[in-house]
Design a protein around this ligand. Structure first.
Ligand SMILES: [Zn+2]
Length: 225
């Protein structure tokens, strides 16, 4: 923020309304959000020593590494719901900055946001994952590749489905525009929340099959426990 702007409109926490030092979110809140620890680096599920888990060893997912900022808990739930369902578009910048601070970049050449189905995009007017990805790209100075993927099958609300049902639902859910990813070998997919990883699996699988990309990471602001 410009110093004059800062002086005229001091930053305030969007949750507590209290003045903050820099960002529009109190640091005390963020410091209290649970973060994944002792998890499998590939899928982010609990793994006692933080090593690759048995499930990933026996049936490796199409994504090579998962990096998430926090568990989906506390005020972060309000921020993500505000962004997705209440048009609080400004929250995307905050969420992207928080994610950018928590990921390790090693080798990542570009970012790709998880796409929304066209009708849902029209209803909402924006893709929250892409808005978050724009903020991450800006913070990390990485290119964000747009229109590289498309959701061609509507994802029904998956909240009450089992992992197996989700996987079935997601079969051929994405179209890949390979030319947009030409020359890239290591990318990170960005979403707001990962639940079972089924969406990331499906998208990473299609990308690896249809492009020269060899390493796909799954990044999300939050992961459900
Ligand atoms: Zn794993």
């Amino acid at each position: 923020m410009h110093w004059l702007e800062k002086w005229l409109i001091p930053p305030r926490c969007v949750i507590t309304g209290l003045p903050t030092l820099e960002r529009d979110l109190s640091l005390e809140l963020v410091n209290d959000w649970p973060v994944p620890q002792a998890v499998c680096p590939q899928c982010c599920e609990p793994s006692a020593l933080g090593e690759v888990c048995g499930a990933c060893l026996t049936q490796p997912p199409a994504f090579d590494r998962t990096q998430v900022g926090f568990y989906f808990d506390k005020e972060l739930v309000d921020l993500i719901h505000g962004l997705k369902y209440q048009n609080h578009i400004a929250y995307a910048q905050l969420l992207g900055e928080l994610l950018a601070e928590r990921v390790s970049l090693e080798g990542v050449e570009a970012l790709v946001a998880v796409p929304l189905f066209a009708k849902r995009f029209r209803d909402r007017g924006y893709n929250q994952a892409e808005l978050i990805a724009e903020s991450v790209a800006k913070s990390l100075q990485l290119p964000l590749i747009k229109q590289a993927t498309q959701r061609v099958k509507e994802a029904p609300s998956q909240t009450h489905l089992s992992a197996e049902q989700r996987r079935k639902n997601l079969k051929q859910a994405f179209a890949i525009h390979a030319e947009k990813l030409a020359g890239l070998s290591h990318i990170a997919l960005i979403d707001d929340v990962v639940t079972t990883g089924a969406t990331m699996q499906s998208l990473a699988d299609e990308i690896k099959q249809q492009t020269d990309v060899q390493v796909v990471e799954a990044w999300a602001v939050a992961k459900t426990k």
